[in-house]
Every structure is written in structure tokens, then in C-alpha cells.
Design a protein around this ligand. Structure first.
Ligand SMILES: O=P(O)(O)OC[C@H]1O[C@](O)(COP(=O)(O)O)[C@@H](O)[C@@H]1O
Ligand SMILES: [Mg+2]
Ligand SMILES: [Mg+2]
Length: 335
């Protein structure tokens, strides 16, 4: 007899009462993300066959050449969330500024803001390597009934009420937390349904995988260089294995299952690193912490950083507790 898996829809309903503000709104929002994930998954899976490969011809506010799939995924998530009557604002990697969304009755009754990285790992789209989507959800802090404002988005990660990612890989999975542990759901493409395949996901306390773009080694701070040398040294349970897919979501997902550390440090060519605090680092940090992992900027907790800009970047060290603590130890030696 095949094992009965709970569906994502059932799980969302069953768990909505454990949610602090449970009024069904977050469930509707998560269901919106579930729907958009399936739409984007459909496009990603046929990327080689239709004209969504390659550059879209524009650059985003970060000066990156937007890929066609970046733009398409951005449109699909924004359209789907707009229609759900619970979102008052959306910020996205692919949008210069936040988008204010007014409720149908035009008096700003919606309570949630969503920050998204619609397509993570853009450099891997054309070469058939796994990519993802990342989302972060907050309750607005400005009063309901007034237009959403920038301060609703510039909240520290500790204020997140939910966060998650979708990985479009050998299978498509949606992994999320509402502050009550981390659960992973695998899409059965034949049925178009997500099933609870990975309940209560946890980072192993330590691991043997380090993920960093070693091509930037010469530009890294000495502490980071020393930690990488430590990972490569033949001693105790080392050397560790180097694994770097170049898609944050995929590297994070593997390390959460097997144990490992992902690093995107600052460097002499990227003074604050590359990853964006609001829609990459904060959501992954929330998931990591809910799964007994750690997320740091090398000095302290990512989720305690007070954001100042929508697209600000921060150095990022995330994964198994003992490995991130060791990396911080090496970095602190030079502070
Ligand atoms: O090619 P690099 O410099 O190693 O950067 C790879 C990193 O950049 C990212 O692609 C940034 O994300 P986007 O693709 O969403 O811009 C991460 O997913 C990945 O870990
Ligand atoms: Mg990204
Ligand atoms: Mg992206």
C-alpha cells in the first residue's frame, strides 16, 4: 500500500490555529504562493522548449541583466498575490521600488507585505541546473486603512511571520516555516499537488560540506580565507567536501539535509557581499534558525539587522550550527 502523504493544502488548514494571527488570511496567502509556484514550475520545466531562455534585455536596479525567466516568475508571483485580497504590498528583486496594492474596497484593509526573489540562481537557468524562488512575509506596521509604506518592508528578520522557498530541481519542493518548525512538500507533477514529504526538517549540528565560490578566494577577508583552509585541511573529520551549485536555494537545501555551510562573504570586489538582506538572507535565516541552524553576517545574527534599503546586501554565512560558529571564530580573529 502506498504511504498516504498529507497535502500542503491540508497541512496549511490544520496548522492555521497554531499561527499567532490565525484568521485564515495567512493560509490564503500561502495558498497563493502554492499556486504561483506551480505556474512557475511549469515554465521552468519547459525552459529549453519555449522562448524563455536568455536575457530579457533590461537590467534590474542592481545592474544585473534580467533573464526572461526572472521577469516571467516576477510577473506570475505578483499577479497571483495581487488577486488574493490580503497583500497590501510586494517588494521584489526585479522591481526597483515596492508595489503598493490596494484592497478592492479601496481603503487599504490588507495586512501583509511579501518580499520575493522570484527566480534565485538566475545564472543557472540556461544550463538546466536547479533554481528557486524565495519569499518572506511580514504583517504591516503602518495602520490598516492607510497606504503601505517603505517602513512596512524595512523590518528586521525577527519580525517575519513566515518565510520559505521553492526549489525547481530533480523534483520541485516547497519548504516553509511560520515560526513553528520547517516542513518540506514535494510536488507530484502528475497530480499537480504538493505532499508533505519532509516533515520537521533540521540542520545536522555539523556537517562535511562547504559551499562558497572559491573563484573569489583572493578577494576574501583573511578570516574567511583561513576558514576555507581549515575546511580543506587533513585533520579530524576534515577535509570537507566542496559543493557549490551557484543557486542559494539549492545549496542551502542540500546543506540542510546533509549538514554543511553556505558562505557568500564580503570581498575586496563586493564590499557587502552579493546577497540581498530582505528577500534572500532574512527568509533563509528564518528557515535555518527554525531548523536548528544559524545565519550570520560573520559577526552576528542576520535577523537582528535593521534594514535601511530595499535592495541592501549583506555578507552571509548560513547552515549547520557548529560550522557557522567555527567560521565566525576565524572571522572574529581579524576584527
Ligand atoms: O555566481 P556567484 O557570484 O557565485 O553568485 C551565485 C549566487 O548568486 C545568486 O544567484 C543570487 O541570486 P539571484 O540569481 O536571485 O540574483 C545566488 O542564488 C547564488 O548563490
Ligand atoms: Mg537570489
Ligand atoms: Mg533572483
Amino acid at each position: 500500500m502506498t504511504r498516504q502523504y498529507k497535502t500542503l493544502g491540508e497541512f496549511i488548514i490544520e496548522n492555521q490555529d497554531s499561527f499567532k494571527y490565525s484568521s485564515g488570511e495567512l493560509s490564503r496567502l500561502l495558498n497563493g504562493i502554492r499556486l504561483a509556484a506551480k505556474v512557475v514550475n511549469h515554465e521552468v520545466n519547459k525552459a529549453g522548449l519555449v522562448d524563455i531562455i536568455g536575457e530579457a534585455g533590461d537590467t534590474n536596479i542592481q545592474g544585473e541583466n534580467q533573464q526572461k525567466l526572472d521577469v516571467l516568475a516576477n510577473e506570475k508571483f505578483i499577479q497571483t498575490l495581487k488577486k488574493r485580497e490580503i497583500v497590501c504590498g510586494i517588494a521584489s528583486e526585479e522591481e526597483d521600488d515596492f508595489i503598493s496594492i490596494n484592497s478592492f474596497d479601496n481603503n487599504h484593509q490588507n495586512k501583509y507585505v511579501v518580499l520575493i526573489d522570484p527566480l534565485d540562481g538566475s545564472s543557472n537557468i540556461d544550463v538546466n541546473v536547479s533554481v528557486g524562488t524565495i519569499f518572506s512575509i511580514y504583517r504591516r506596521i503602518t495602520p490598516v486603512g492607510t497606504p503601505v509604506s517603505l517602513e512596512d518592508f524595512l523590518q528586521p528578520g525577527i519580525n517575519q511571520i513566515a518565510a520559505g522557498y521553492i526549489v525547481y530541481g530533480t523534483s520541485t519542493m516547497l519548504v516553509y516555516t511560520t515560526g513553528d518548525g520547517v516542513n518540506g512538500f514535494t510536488l507530484n507533477p502528475a497530480l499537480g499537488t504538493f505532499y508533505l514529504s519532509h516533515p520537521n526538517m533540521k540542520f545536522p549540528e555539523t556537517g562535511k560540506i562547504y559551499s562558497v565560490n572559491e573563484g573569489n578566494y583572493v578577494h576574501f577577508p583573511q578570516g574567511v580565507k583561513d576558514y576555507i583552509k581549515y575546511c580543506q585541511k587533513e585533520e579530524d573529520d576534515r577535509p570537507y567536501t566542496s559543493r557549490y551549485i551557484g543557486s542559494l536555494v539549492s545549496d542551502f537545501h542540500r546543506n540542510m539535509i546533509k549538514g554543511g555551510i553556505y558562505m557568500y562573504p564580503k570581498s575586496s570586489v563586493a564590499s557587502e557581499g552579493k546577497l540581498r538582506l530582505l528577500y534572500e538572507c532574512n527568509p533563509m535565516a528564518f528557515i535555518a534558525e527554525q531548523a536548528n541552524g544559524i545565519a550570520s553576517d560573520g559577526k552576528g545574527r542576520i535577523m537582528e539587522i535593521n534594514p535601511t534599503e530595499l535592495h541592501q546586501r549583506v555578507p552571509f554565512f548560513c547552515g549547520s550550527r557548529k560550522m557557522v560558529e567555527k567560521a565566525e571564530e576565524f572571522i572574529r580573529k581579524y576584527n
